[in-house]
Design a protein around this ligand. Structure first.
Ligand code: F6P
Length: 362
């Protein structure tokens, strides 16, 4: 199949490096192949509703490399297989996937490049099964996609979290307090584990290792006995106590996506009681998703974007680009989204932390 025009969209939560991928796709497609690139607005929604696409030229991607967010817009709600629409004031949910396929055909889009996490890539896979030639690019600050060592966005989120922990250290020490930092990551503890190590945390709580408040307090008191009158506790938003449940800000009724959040506040109040220490909680939230990508993420995003174009040229549809070791390789999207990548409680990173005396609340 001779490719003349490709579409590109960004889906799911925004993430540092999305614009760098868009730039790389546009540059490689135009400069190496002379293809036209169509930018699709707000994820898959832009393929359902009319007037939500635009041609992307080299001029459109100038200056994009350091810019956070996505110039195309994104959403974590526009699943075409369960699309929400308001008709005569009534919300209906219907399967709009055939409209998507039809629009892709009408726009003469020969390939669809989907830049997204597990949700968007699963949708891409379902579209591939309807005959759409898709190529995937893995993004997420959570780093929870399988078959790639790392996703772009993770490194920047990690920098932000580490910087925050460094800053909280000074108040922790000066006031002899327990300072808790809640970080993102959904059901994976990658951001908490890595930023906890990089920031010198004393306790790291991750979804993969259920904790008890008693164990956290024992660690705080043990430190006190050795003269360290403060403690830094990094908590992944998806962490949960032994036999207990995760804490949600929103459980996801109706159109809403379930939203984790609030675990640090809950444990913080319990730590005050059991340790007798003043405790403060900081929730980093969307600060971790914002801002300019790190140098590592800019390079990874650029490698992913150009590799996605090469993959499309080679007809590698149904695959996504991935980093394995030092190489960028194609992997089947189906294999990447089947089982999420989680922290191994028996793995070397956790062992490293344990060797330093860091507690996982066990
Ligand atoms: O998947 C990225 C992520 O930032 C998660 O870490 C977090 O749980 C979620 O998205 C937050 O989503 P929203 O932006 O919809 O609140």
């Amino acid at each position: 199949m001779a490719i003349r025009r490709i579409g590109v969209l960004t889906g799911g939560g925004d993430c540092p490096g999305l614009n760098a991928v868009i730039r790389a796709v546009v540059k490689a497609a135009i400069l190496q192949h002379g293809w036209e690139v169509i930018g699709i607005e707000d994820g898959f929604e832009g393929l359902i509703e009319p007037g939500r696409t635009r041609q992307l030229t080299l001029a459109d991607v100038r200056g994009l490399l350091p810019r956070g967010g996505t110039i195309l817009g994104t959403t974590n709600r526009g699943n075409p297989f369960a699309f929400h629409k308001v008709i005569d004031g009534q919300e209906i949910v219907y399967d709009a996937s055939h409209e998507v396929v039809e629009h892709i055909g009408q726009m003469d889009m020969d390939v669809l490049v989907v830049i997204g996490g597990d949700g968007s890539l699963s949708i891409a896979l379902d579209l591939a099964q309807l005959g759409v030639p898709v190529v995937g690019v893995p993004k997420t600050i959570d780093n929870d996609l399988a078959l790639t060592d790392v996703t772009f966005g993770f490194d920047t989120a990690l920098d932000t979290a580490t910087y925050a922990i460094d800053k909280l250290h000074t108040t922790a020490e000066s006031h002899h307090r327990v300072m808790m930092v809640e970080v993102m990551g959904r059901n994976a503890g990658w951001i908490a584990l890595h930023s906890g190590l990089a920031g010198g945390a004393d306790v790291i709580l991750i979804p993969e290792i259920p904790f008890t408040v008693e164990a956290i307090c024992a660690c705080v008191k043990e430190r006190e006995r050795h003269g360290a009158k403060f403690s830094i506790v990094v908590v992944a938003e998806g962490a949960a106590p032994v036999g207990g449940k995760q804490v949600f800000q929103h459980t996801g009724e109706g159109r809403a996506v379930p939203r984790l959040g609030g675990i640090a506040d809950r444990i913080g109040r319990q730590i005050v009681v059991c340790s007798g220490k003043e405790t403060r909680v900081t929730v980093l939230g969307h600060l971790q998703r914002g801002g300019s990508p790190s140098a590592f993420d800019r390079i990874l995003a650029t490698r992913f974007g150009t590799a996605a174009v090469r993959l499309a040229a080679d007809g590698g549809f149904g695959h996504m680009v991935a980093l394995q070791g030092t190489e960028i390789v194609p992997v089947p999207i189906g294999d990447a989204v089947r089982v999420p990548k989680r922290v191994d409680p028996q793995g070397e990173m956790v062992q490293t932390a344990l060797d330093l005396g860091i507690s996982f609340g066990q």
